[in-house]
Design a protein around this ligand. Structure first.
Ligand code: C2E
Ligand code: MG
Ligand code: MG
Length: 324
């Protein structure tokens, strides 16, 4: 049993054909047709995730991985029911005033056995199982509810995953969260990672345009970590560019990183986009970055993700600034 998928490039004249193959053999990899199909699919998925154009056979390791993934997916569904998720907020600081201009909501899972888990552990499984749509709806509701009590000058940034972007419910979820909380749309910014824009351009573009029509802002997150940064800026209606933190991290070792940050800032200025530089951890990085003149900065130097926004968080941020 083998599964394969042909991929055509979206150009009218030249067509590129690519094939990925997943193999499951009877009886070693399954005794029934549906088992074989399932395992061939898993092998195909592995082939594609290893860079496409490959052939992969099912094996015991993949079997083990799938069992663990299924367990994680079951646990995610339970976690949604049991309200095990919560949000932390990280300040996004205005370069000139040094004050928080807004906060990004960051998801955490309070797992009964493993303690607090970061999205790196469960986001992929949530995305693949589709649980992210339900989790994301809760994130929007909860973050908007909390942000409605913040100072009116502060904006709220919420991450939206590729699966959510393609979900027909996203628009209703966003407008529902705004209505229920009373938060004005102009204070909500939805962050979309650059890599999620690779998926399905027409549907993603439609989804972004519909969100834009609600008057929420759109940010391209982790800019520079994907492939087609320039095209994405032309194609999609972004208001904000968040430069991936890997560039700041490389500043002291790699001169090219600084040049790329300069280019992204120039691009932001020309396209009239607000620019956030992510991952500022040290005073040296802050000095270099702020001399380049971005609008906003985010990073552990200004504050780690915290449970609440308000007096304590603002005072912490102020202290950081007064002490520099
Ligand atoms: P992101 O949206 O780029 O969020 C920034 C991540 O970088 C956060 O990790 C934050 O804790 C971390 N960070 C912030 N400042 C620094 C710094 O100075 N240095 C370093 N090394 N890291 C810093 P976190 O919370 O683990 O989130 C990871 C990613 O998970 C996020 O990246 C975002 O893509 C995704 N995510 C988080 N919350 C949600 C959510 O509610 N929904 C969805 N769909 N994705 C989420
Ligand atoms: Mg983000
Ligand atoms: Mg980011």
């Amino acid at each position: 049993m083998s599964r394969f998928k042909a991929v055509f490039a979206p150009y009218p004249k030249a067509a590129a054909l690519g094939v990925s193959v997943g193999i499951a053999a009877f009886p070693a990899h399954g005794g029934t047709l549906s088992q074989l199909q399932h395992n061939a699919d898993a092998a195909l998925y592995r082939a594609k995730s290893r860079g496409r154009g490959r052939v992969c056979a099912f094996d015991r390791f993949l079997d083990q991985q799938m069992r663990e993934r299924r367990r994680l997916e079951d646990e995610l569904r339970r976690a949604v029911r049991e309200n095990e998720f919560f949000l932390l907020y990280q300040p996004i600081v205005d370069t000139l005033s040094g004050q928080p201009a807004g906060y990004e909501a960051l998801l955490r899972w309070r797992h009964p056995t493993y303690g607090v888990l970061s999205p790196a552990v469960f986001l992929e499984a949530a995305e693949e199982s589709g649980a992210i749509v339900e989790i994301g709806a809760w994130v929007l509701q909860e973050a908007c509810r909390q942000a409605a009590s913040w100072d009116e000058n502060l904006f709220l940034a919420v991450n939206v995953s590729p699966r959510q972007l393609l979900s027909v419910d996203l628009l209703d979820q966003v407008s529902g969260a705004l209505t229920a909380s009373g938060l004005s749309a102009a204070r909500l910014e939805l962050e979309v990672t650059e890599t999620s824009l690779l998926e399905d351009r027409v549907e993603v573009a439609q989804s972004l345009l519909r969100l834009r029509a609600l008057e929420v802002r759109l940010a391209m997150d982790d800019y520079g970590s994907g492939y087609s940064s320039m095209t994405n800026l032309r194609r999609y209606p972004f208001d904000t560019l968040k430069i991936d933190r890997s560039y700041v991290a490389a500043l002291d070792k790699d001169p090219v990183a600084g040049v790329i940050i300069d280019c992204a800032l120039a691009l932001g200025r020309s396209l009239r986009l607000r620019v956030v530089v992510e991952g500022v951890e040290t005073e040296e990085q802050r000095a270099v970055i702020s001399s380049k003149g971005p609008h906003l900065m985010q990073g552990f130097l200004f504050g780690s993700p915290e449970a609440c926004v308000g007096q304590a968080a603002s005072e912490d941020a102020e202290l950081t600034w007064r002490s520099v």
